[in-house]
Ligand binder design. Structure first.
Ligand code: FAD
Length: 470
């Protein structure tokens, strides 16, 4: 490669939803872009996160639906399920999407380098072939954007052996559903795996240190999910800490403690799902003096780090660790670099959060407790899916939409949904919050009948004391 072919306006490190989206946007704005990836295009999201887990959840949903097929007058006798095939299907979907990113990079004339990047100077990266350890030379760029993502957080003294003790990565590659699984951590990842494996007949125990599952969600919604998962047969232990995990004769023994009392759980497998750690050990980063907090790179509202010209986005730049937040960070960083006039910093209140278990949970904005803690006088409107015509026809009456609005100015502060297709329904709330809409405005927008989205209009009406169907 000639030296001018190694000089770019922008070098992006990491091809997850942060890095590859930023690369496309930069190319659209006329920048010459290099994208460095040490593993597969698509990052955690496409290969080891969002996509393969959603494919597995779809298999578990089909299975659960077939178990209740008789309700619809359909008889599926001798129902059999092969978890190995569900895993194979999920890998195919991930592979297909990763290939799609290759196409997108070619289409946008982004130069992709395969290997591990490390800094040799503020504007220079050296790329090393991960397997052979060979250096494929340096590239130079005016600006460098780090999108190196995150990896599973581990527990002290707990060894991941990939067979009995797993992280999310191994848990999406098992070729059969184990007889039992103890899941440590009831955040979105722990809850989604609990749902997948429970559907395949695994006896699942979810252990959570905090008082509630999905601890960052609205308490009322988390409590409804707790009830729904318990009803399905998932055992949930909250306010419970894990003291020790040992593997003996191929089985796990997990010592837990709650209210001062200890007990031992036995499981064929243990999934450690206690959060994620940033991949901030990019070579040379520390030496350049890039500031970090708890390992996450500290950035300003335009995603620029403490060293001018070096940016960080996505999981590397901190919570919430979500794919759409990573992509949005990237777009903001690039548009600001390109000096577009209408760029706005990422507003955390506009980032939706979704958990794809059944029933699904989706939310945006403030929870009821947080809105009160911030001093708002609030109006809350609720609408249960049991009163929705569409939910009744689908046989999906579990759950509700909850709208929280500021009683003084009317602005919608938060929307929380539990139920079928909650993760699709939240988009309307996202637009409402972005436009600073009021419940009145949501209610005035005409929702097609029969749809689940009518529940959003009704919850908005309920916040005004005017729900029509409850
Ligand atoms: P990543 O996607 O982690 O990509 C970082 C990339 O950088 C990786 O490919 C890595 O190989 C590469 N890299 C790292 N260091 C270097 C280096 N020095 N040189 C070259 N390359 C490097 N989020 C959602 O929004 N919805 C979901 O449903 C969802 N489900 C999830 C399920 C699971 C099981 C997991 C683990 C995560 C899930 N997430 C979900 C979170 C989501 O995957 C992440 O928030 C998202 O991938 C972060 O994007 P990113 O671009 O910051 O980093």
């Amino acid at each position: 490669m000639r030296s001018d072919e190694r000089t770019f306006d922008l070098a992006v490190v990491g091809a997850g939803p942060g890095g590859y989206v930023a690369s496309v946007r930069a190319a659209q704005l006329g920048m010459r872009v290099a994208l460095v990836e040490r593993d597969r295009l698509g990052g955690t999201c496409l290969n080891w996160g969002c996509i393969p887990t959603k494919a597995l959840l779809q298999s578990s949903q089909v299975l659960s639906l077939m178990r209740r097929a008789g309700e619809f007058g359909i008889y599926a006798d001798n129902l059999r399920a092969d978890f190995g095939i569900a895993v194979k299907r999920s890998r195919e979907k991930a592979e297909r999407l990763s290939k799609g990113i290759e196409f997108l990079m070619r289409k946008n004339k982004v130069t992709v380098f395969s290997g591990e990047a490390r800094f040799t100077a503020v504007k220079e990266l050296e790329i090393t072939d991960r397997d052979g350890g060979k250096t494929s030379g340096a590239i130079r760029a005016e600006k460098i954007l780090l999108a190196t993502g995150s990896r599973p957080r581990l527990l002290p003294d707990v060894t991941i052996d990939g067979k009995v003790v797993l992280t999310s990565t191994e848990a999406m590659l098992l070729n059969r559903a184990p007889a039992s699984m103890i899941i440590i951590g009831a955040g979105a990842i722990g809850v989604e795996f609990a749902d997948i494996y429970q559907a395949y007949g695994t006896a699942v125990t979810l252990v959570e240190l905090l008082p509630a599952i999905l601890p960052y969600e609205d308490e009322e919604i988390a409590a409804l999910l707790h009830r729904a998962l318990t009803k399905k047969g998932i055992k949930i232990l909250t306010n419970t800490s894990v003291e020790r995990v040992v593997v003996e004769a191929g089985k796990a023994k997990v010592r837990i403690s709650s209210s001062g009392e200890s007990q031992e759980l036995l499981g064929e497998t243990v999934l450690v799902a206690v959060g994620r750690m940033p991949n901030s050990e990019v070579g040379g980063l520390k030496e350049l003096g890039v500031a970090t907090r708890n390992g996450f790179v500290t950035v300003n509202e335009w995603m620029e780090s403490s060293v001018p010209g070096i940016y960080a986005i996505g999981d590397l730049a901190g919570a919430p660790l979500l794919a759409h937040k990573a992509s949005h960070d990237g777009i903001v960083a690039i548009e600001k670099m390109a000096k577009l006039d209408d760029v706005e910093p990422v507003d955390p209140r506009r980032i939706p959060s979704c958990t794809y278990c059944h029933p699904q949970v989706a939310s945006i904005g403030l929870t009821e407790a947080k809105a009160k803690a911030k001093g708002y006088t609030i109006r809350v409107g609720r609408f249960p899916f049991s009163a929705s015509g569409m939910a009744i026809t689908l046989g999906e009456t579990e759950g509700m939409v909850k709208v929280i609005a500021d009683a003084t100015h009317g602005e919608i502060l938060g929307v929380h949904i539990i139920g079928a297709h909650a993760t699709e329904l939240i988009a309307e709330a996202g637009l409402a919050i972005a436009l600073e809409a009021t419940p009145e405005e949501i209610a005035r927008s005409i929702h097609a009948h029969p749809t689940l989205s009518e529940a959003m209009g009704e919850a908005a009406l309920a916040a005004l004391g005017r729900a029509l169907h409850v």
